[in-house]
Design a protein around this ligand. Structure first.
Ligand code: ZN
Length: 393
């Protein structure tokens, strides 16, 4: 049998998953070997892929279309990157899918190469069957470092493929239908002070004490937010309001020197219905006010802001198509919200109906010995089979 005939036999979802996990696509590293493999695999089954590279060309998103060349596709969206395994104790090789006790162990099996494998499988099937409604897949990079890869990918997709209508983001939800999550943004804050001996306090600027003002601003804002009536769109969340949080801080050199530097990270988790940018702007305005006051005393002092992520909320849709499809295919009539950010909000912002539904439990994501249960993977497979039936109608 010639090699090409062997290569053209479609792989099972499990076989695809085995291949995907073999690529150690930690967010800081390239994902191109994985993208090469997917592209070649799809090409071997008559499907053309498209790439969108990051700025330095070290990573790429891949998207592809099957079925009639027309608008209205269902889009299966996943990310290719995974979190590192550094410092984690693994029982088996994280880069090999190991099956034991009804579970598939390996980095990314749950978050979210299990879904990626199912999506690739479904796309090939859609092409083989000749569906009546198109199916697209969109595999991004840099999801785990703040969902920064999806917006340029979505823009590139819309320039190349007929516009899709409903995006299913397969983050682990134990195949439950999720129609909302909070938005979020974060700032690295670097407060620069001016060092003097602490006995001369009024002539120096303590970066720590100025930084404390910004942190207190966040405390005050939390109190103000919590004193306000709850927005109806926020009631499904726990807690049902926007929160601001400082998770780490460093600075200073000695108890008797005004600190030259103070660094901290501030994040905001914003409920749907509230303007993420308005919250971010309020902070930026406060920083500018304090920066000016510090410079009055010492022109060398000041505050530098570096915004390191910004993810729009997924707002529950009225009669949303993505949610309706997921409910039909899973039989799950309840809908829920999650507390983690995903690319779903970015698809929604770009004009797609969007919902989250994927195999696995988020509790297993990012852990040592990450696993996806075979039962969940099979539920995901059934979901794809039903989706193909629906697209074939
Ligand atoms: Zn994920």
């Amino acid at each position: 049998m010639p090699a090409s005939t062997v290569a053209s036999a479609p792989l099972s979802p499990r076989q695809i998953l085995d291949r995907l996990v073999k690529f150690p696509t930690v967010s800081r590293d390239t994902n191109l070997p994985l993208v090469d493999w997917v592209e070649e695999y799809l090409a071997g089954h008559g499907i053309q892929s498209h790439r969108h590279y990051n700025e330095d060309g070290t990573k790429a998103a891949l998207f592809a279309h099957a079925g009639p060349w027309e608008e209205g596709a269902v889009v299966l969206s996943g990310h290719t990157d995974v979190v590192p395994v550094d410092g984690q104790h693994w029982t088996s090789d994280p880069w090999t899918v190991t099956e034991r006790d009804g579970r598939l162990y390996g980095r990314g099996t749950c978050d979210m190469k299990g879904f990626d494998a199912l999506a690739i499988w479904a796309l090939v099937e859609a092409h083989r069957r000749g569906v009546n409604r198109p199916l697209q897949i969109a595999l991004s990079y840099d999801e785990e470092v703040g969902c920064t890869g999806a917006p340029p990918m979505i823009a590139a997709m819309q320039g190349v493929l007929p516009k899709g209508a409903a995006a299913i983001i397969g983050e682990p939800s134990t195949m439950k239908v999720i129609n909302g999550h909070k938005g979020g943004t974060g700032f690295h804050v670097h407060v620069k002070g001016f060092e003097v001996h602490s006995s001369l306090l009024p002539y120096g600027v303590s970066a720590i004490m100025e930084g404390a003002r910004l942190i207190q601003w966040a405390n005050d804002r939390n109190a103000m937010i919590q004193a306000q009536p709850r927005a109806p769109q926020a009631l499904a969340f726990d807690p049902p309001f926007t929160t601001l949080h400082v998770g780490m801080i460093s600075g200073g050199t000695a108890h008797n020197i005004t600190a030259a530097d103070c660094r901290f990270a501030l994040e905001m988790r914003v409920v749907p219905g509230e303007d993420l940018e308005a919250h971010a702007q309020a902070f930026i305005v406060e920083v500018a006010r304090l920066d000016a006051a510090m410079k009055q005393l010492r022109p060398e002092a000041g505050i530098h802001l570096d915004r390191f992520f910004g993810v729009p909320a997924l707002t529950p849709e009225r009669e949303g198509e993505a949610e309706a499809i997921c409910r039909r295919l899973t039989g799950d009539n309840a809908t829920g919200v999650v507390s983690y950010g995903t690319e779903a909000g970015q698809f929604q912002e770009a004009g797609y109906s969007a919902a989250i539904c994927g195999p696995g439990d988020i509790a297993q994501a990012h852990q040592a010995d990450e696993w996806l249960s075979l039962a969940e993977f099979e539920a995901g497979h059934r979901f794809m089979q039903r989706l193909l039936d629906e697209l074939s109608r």
